[in-house]
Ligand binder design. Structure first.
Ligand code: M6R
Length: 615
C-alpha cells in the first residue's frame, strides 16, 4: 500500500523523487521520506511524518546526488512518526531500504538481530531488512549476497528497494509475492523505478514490471534481473500507452470530483466495441474462455473487496438474470479462509480496480490451485497481477487511471463489465437470445446517458451534503439491486466524510437497526420504480413513522414519493437492471459534498490507501 520510487541517472535525484512521491501518495500518505547518495558515498536521509508537504517544507537545500530512493507510507507496524517513516538504514548506515508489504516474521528476525547485538530503532517490521543486510555485509557478504539472503529470510508479500553507500550508482529492487508491484522505467542514460506506472509516466513509457520472485540491479549503465534462484531473466522493457494528461486533475478541485463527472465517458469506453445492437450480441476479446468451457459452467462466484465487492454484488444479479447461472458474491478476504467448496464448473470472477489487492489475488490463486476453477479478472489496470493470474482472461474497465482513493468510475465500469460478461455467457449458453438479448444489450447502451442525466442533480446532492454535514450517522436503504448501491453509498460516506453510515437491505432494517431511527438519523432511501418499489415504499413509511428525515432517490416523475419525503433526488426512468448506474451517482455526490462541507481531504482520506497490498 506504500509507494516506492527510485532514480539513478544524470539529474539531481531529490526533486525527481519528491515529484514521484506526489504521484504515488494516493497509495499511502501518512509519512514520506527520501534517501539520496552522493557520488562519494555521502548519504542523506530525509523523512517526516504527515503529508508529503511536510517533508517538502522541511527540505530547504535538496541533497546532492544523482541516485536515490523514496517512500510514502501507510502505517502497518508502528505509529505514524518520523522514526517509523522510511527510508530505514542499518545501524552503521551502510544500507538504506524502502519497503512495501509486511515482513510477517519480523519479530523472529528482530530477535536474531538482538542476539547478534543489533538493535532496531523503529517500531516497524521494515527495519529488519537493512539491519540484517548490514549485519551480513559486516560478516563478509557482498551487497548482492546480503540482499538475496534477506529476500530468502523474510516472509510475506514484500517489495524491497535498497542502496549501499559503497555503491553510489546501483539500486537493488525485489518483488516477493503480491504485496505490490515494482515497475522499472528506462530513460535516456537514466533509470526509474516505482510501485506503479503513473509515477513513471512523466519520464518514460518504456517499462518492465518485476514479476513475483524477481530482483533487479538497476543502474544508468544497465539493468539485470534475476529470479530467486539466481537465474538471469531477460530485461526487455516494452512501450505502454498511457496518457499522462488523463492522470491530471484538469479543472476539478479533487480527483474524486473529476472521476465522478467523467463516468458517462468511462462507461462508454467500457462498453464500446463490446456490445452491439444489430445483430444484438456481446464479444469480449480478452476473455479467453472457449464456448465449450462456458457451456460447461454450472455456477459463478464473484469475489472482490470494498467497492469492487459491491459492484460484484450487483454483478450477481446480472449473472443470474442474463446468464442464467446460480451466482454467489463473496468478500475475498473471508472467502479464502473459510475452506469453501467449488470446482472446475465454477467460473470465478475477480473484481479489482487495481488488480493488486492482496486478498483478491490470494483468493484467485486458491481457486486455481485447489479447485482448478477458471477465472476472469475485471480490472482497470492492464497487465496487473490479477489480469496475469487470470491467464490473460481479463475484462479491462478502460476507465483511465483512478486517482481518488474513493472509487467511483470504476464502480460503474465494473458493473458494466459484469453485465457484458453475463450477456456473453447467457448468449453462448442459449439462455439469452432473440428479443431478450436485444433488450439486454439496448438497456446497457442507455447507461452512459442515464448516468449523464443523473449527474445533472448535483445541486440537490450538494444541498443534502449541506443539511447532513453535522449529523453523526446516516442509514442507506435499498432492496434487490439497490442494496449493494446502498452499501456503496455508505462506504463512500464513511471513507471520505468520516460520518458513520450503514448500508442496509431495507427489509432487514426492522430486524434491529430500526431501533436507531429518530429525528437525528437521516435515511437515504434508494427507491427507483422497479419490481420492489412497493416494498421499498413501505420501508420508507416505517422510518418516517419514527421521525427520520428521508432523502429519497427515485424515478423522475414520481410525484407521490417526491411529496412524501424531505428531499427527492430524481434519476431518469430506466430498466431496473440499469438503475444501479443511476442511483450510484447521487450516492457518490452526496458523500463528496458531505466531505467537502466538513473540510475533509477528499482525495486522501485518513487511514486509507488506494491499493491494499496487505492483509
Ligand atoms: O483495487 P481494488 O478494486 O481491488 O480495491 C478494493 C478496495 O480496496 C477498494 O474498492 C476500496 O474499497 C475503495 N477504494 C473504496 O472507495
Amino acid at each position: 500500500m506504500c509507494g516506492i520510487i527510485g532514480y539513478v541517472g544524470k539529474q539531481a535525484a531529490g526533486p525527481v523523487l519528491l515529484e514521484g512521491l506526489q504521484r504515488l501518495n494516493y497509495r499511502g500518505y501518512d509519512s514520506s521520506g527520501i534517501a539520496v547518495l552522493d557520488h562519494d558515498g555521502a548519504l542523506a536521509v530525509l523523512k517526516r511524518s504527515g503529508k508529503l508537504a511536510e517533508l517538502e517544507a522541511s527540505i530547504s537545500d535538496p541533497p546532492a546526488g544523482r541516485i536515490g530512493i523514496g517512500h510514502t507510507r501507510w502505517a502497518t507496524h508502528g505509529a505514524v512518526s518520523d522514526g517509523n517513516a522510511h527510508p530505514h538504514v542499518s545501524d552503521d548506515s551502510a544500507v538504506v531500504v524502502v519497503h512495501n508489504g509486511i515482513v510477517e516474521n519480523y519479530r523472529e528476525l528482530r530477535a536474531q538481530l538482538g542476539q547478534a547485538g543489533v538493535t532496531c530503532t523503529s517500531e516497524t517490521d521494515s527495519e529488519v531488512i537493512p539491519q540484517l543486510m548490514g549485519l551480513y555485509l559486516r560478516e563478509g557478504a557482498d551487497f548482492a549476497e546480503a540482499f538475496q539472503r534477506v529476500l530468502g529470510e523474510i516472509k510475506g508479500g514484500n517489495a524491497v528497494v535498497a542502496m549501499e553507500r559503497a555503491q553510489p550508482d546501483q539500486i537493488y529492487a525485489a518483488r516477493l509475492g503480491n504485496a505490490g508491484g515494482i515497475v522499472l522505467g528506462v530513460g535516456e542514460g537514466e533509470m526509474f523505478l516505482a510501485s506503479d506506472l503513473p509515477a513513471l509516466l512523466p519520464h518514460t513509457t518504456l517499462v518492465q514490471p518485476l514479476e513475483n520472485g524477481q530482483w533487479a540491479v538497476v543502474s544508468a549503465a544497465g539493468t539485470t534481473i534475476r529470479d530467486l534462484a539466481g537465474e538471469a531473466v531477460p530485461f526487455e522493457p516494452v512501450k505502454v500507452n498511457l496518457d499522462p494528461v488523463a492522470v491530471a486533475k484538469g479543472p476539478y478541485k479533487h480527483f474524486m470530483q473529476k472521476e465522478i463527472m467523467e463516468q458517462p465517458r468511462a462507461l462508454s469506453d467500457c462498453i464500446r466495441g463490446r456490445a452491439r445492437v444489430n445483430p444484438a450480441g456481446v464479444s469480449l476479446e480478452d476473455v479467453t474462455l472457449t464456448d465449450d468451457q462456458i457451456r460447461s459452467l454450472r455456477r459463478v462466484l464473484i469475489i472482490g473487496m470494498g467497492t469492487s465487492m459491491h459492484a460484484g454484488m450487483v454483478g450477481r444479479f446480472y449473472m443470474e438474470r442474463l446468464a442464467g447461472l446460480p451466482t454467489d458474491c463473496d468478500n475475498a478476504s473471508e472467502f479464502r479462509y473459510r475452506e469453501p467448496l467449488l470446482g472446475p464448473e465454477t467460473l470465478v470472477v475477480a473484481v479489482t480496480q487495481s488488480g493488486e489487492t492482496v486478498d483478491t489475488l490470494g483468493a484467485m490463486a486458491q481457486v486455481r490451485d485447489d479447485w482448478g476453477a477458471p477465472r476472469v479478472a475485471v480490472t482497470n489496470v492492464e497487465g496487473s497481477e490479477a489480469a496475469r493470474m487470470a491467464d490473460g482472461s481479463a475484462i479491462y474497465l478502460r476507465c483511465g487511471p483512478e486517482i481518488g482513493v474513493a472509487s467511483t468510475k470504476t464502480f460503474v465500469a465494473s458493473m458494466a463489465a459484469m453485465y457484458l460478461l453475463a450477456c456473453r455467457i447467457g448468449q453462448v449458453r442459449g439462455y439469452l437470445q432473440g428479443a431478450k438479448l436485444e433488450h439486454a444489450v439496448e438497456a446497457l447502451m442507455t447507461a452512459p446517458g442515464i448516468v449523464d442525466q443523473a449527474l445533472a442533480q448535483k445541486d440537490l446532492c450538494r444541498h443534502v451534503g449541506r443539511i447532513c454535514r453535522h449529523i453523526g450517522h446516516i442509514l442507506y436503504l435499498g432492496r434487490g439491486l439497490q442494496y449493494p448501491v446502498a452499501m456503496e453509498g455508505a462506504l463512500k460516506c464513511k471513507e471520505i466524510s468520516y460520518i458513520h453510515a450503514e448500508g442496509y437491505p431495507a427489509g432487514e432494517m426492522k430486524h434491529g437497526p430500526i431501533a436507531l431511527i429518530d429525528r437525528n438519523m437521516p435515511v437515504i432511501a434508494l427507491a427507483p420504480r422497479d419490481p420492489l418499489y412497493d416494498k421499498m415504499w413501505s420501508n420508507i413509511q416505517q422510518v418516517q413513522a419514527r421521525d427520520a428525515t428521508v432523502i429519497a432517490v427515485g424515478t423522475e416523475g414520481d410525484e407521490e414519493l417526491a411529496s412524501a419525503v424531505d428531499v427527492f433526488i430524481p434519476i431518469p426512468a430506466c430498466d431496473p437492471l440499469i438503475a444501479p448506474f443511476a442511483t450510484a451517482i447521487p450516492a457518490q455526490l452526496i458523500a463528496y459534498y458531505l466531505a467537502t462541507g466538513r473540510g475533509a481531504d477528499v482525495d486522501q482520506p485518513r487511514n486509507l490507501a488506494k491499493t491494499v497490498t496487505v492483509e
